[in-house]
Design a protein around this ligand. Structure first.
Ligand SMILES: Nc1nc2c(c(=O)[nH]1)N[C@H]1C(S)=C(S)[C@@H](COP(=O)(O)O)O[C@H]1N2
Ligand SMILES: [Mo]
Length: 323
């Protein structure tokens, strides 16, 4: 979580124009699917469809983020924070095959009626996939706009029937030190596995999302395959990747970054241009992809621009204290 000045200003050499999926092509593909292209492909073009659309997911469009300019897919999938795969921004894509996602299971524990170990596919098949375009604002002061595919966390949590004792929900990422080299390193800052949490009302907010895909395809490993949280009004570290456990609790769970540096990273971590990180300002952000000639600094918005949907959750709370 430390931005070295050299890193902040370095041109991202990975992001040449040629590498990037032109947005108009993506938009056309998306329009095609929304207009029933899938049915057509299945019926008329069945011999061509598998090769053309093999990696495509079927999902419904939504209004979320429709007016945003998307961050190119190449940037979304090659500039990542995923410390299980290394601390450098390009480590996750380079070490992506260390993450083994076959036969993924999610353990559900705590204050709920329907607890146990569930195969991921059994959880997903009860959900209708949809696309939502959200801004992602990292606490390090860069941001992206990402077209996620997934479903609302509220809909998923309802499957487990949380009881009235459930005040918080805790999420845990994969722990696999045999394959994830960073987890067996003696020099890691993180006490593995990575953990995050939300208050129950935050978890049940309509914006809170579970992503299983992006840009119309299954999640790449470096983005937190096979399933990760997306909480668009909070700093990116809350959006925990590669989730293997969900626990309903009556007390506030410990979370990875607030354990490492409690003065710098709180439990709430709401995007807030008026509350600076102790070591840097949060008033503005770099919208990726940037280049040496174009840093694209934009002002940071309260709750990352989702104030209307979430401000009520924090009424009466001093946001300089509950950061
Ligand atoms: N398990 C896990 N989840 C994680 C992280 C991590 O290191 N490990 N990094 C977080 C941070 S700091 C950010 S900004 C986002 C980045 O998501 P992206 O790489 O898909 O853009 O993932 C978050 N989720
Ligand atoms: Mo982040």
């Amino acid at each position: 979580m430390i931005i070295k000045p050299s890193q902040a200003l370095k041109p991202n050499h990975l992001l040449t124009e040629a590498d990037v999926t032109p947005e108009h092509i993506y938009r056309e593909r998306r329009k095609f699917m929304q207009q029933g292209g899938w049915a057509l492909a299945g019926g008329v073009l069945s011999t061509f469809a598998p090769s053309l659309f093999a990696s495509g997911l079927s999902y419904k469009a939504t209004q979320y983020g429709k007016k945003e300019t998307l961050t190119p897919e190449e940037a979304v999938t090659s500039y990542n924070n995923f410390y299980e795969l290394g601390t450098g921004k390009s480590d996750p894509v380079n070490n992506a095959d260390q993450l083994k996602t076959q036969d993924w299971k999610i353990t559900v524990e705590g204050h709920a009626e329907n607890t146990g170990v569930f195969a991921l596919e059994d959880i997903i098949k009860k959900q209708q996939l949809e696309e939502r375009i959200y801004r992602l604002r990292c606490v390090e002061a860069w941001s992206m706009v990402i077209p996620w595919v997934g479903f609302s966390l509220a809909d998923m949590l309802k499957q487990f029937k949380p009881t009235s004792k459930a005040k918080y929900v805790e999420f845990t990422s994969i722990y696999d030190p045999k394959n994830l080299k960073a987890q067996s390193s003696l020099f890691s800052t993180i006490d593995w596995p990575y953990k995050e949490g939300l208050r129950m009302d935050e978890a049940m907010n309509e914006l809170t999302f579970m992503a299983t895909g992006l840009y119309g395809k299954s999640l790449p490993n470096q983005n937190g395959a096979p399933i990760r949280l997306v909480v668009p009004w909070k700093y990116g570290f809350k959006s925990i990747k590669s989730i293997v456990k969900i626990r309903f609790t009556d007390t506030m769970p410990e979370t990875t970054w607030s354990q490492i540096a409690p003065r710098e990273y709180g439990f709430y971590a709401n995007v807030n241009p008026n509350v600076d990180h102790p070591r840097w300002s949060q008033a503005s952000e770099r919208r990726l992809p940037t280049s040496f000639f174009n840093i694209k600094k934009i002002p940071t918005q309260m709750f990352n621009g989702y104030e209307q949907q979430v401000a009520h959750l924090y009424k009466g709370m001093d946001l300089t204290r509950y950061y």
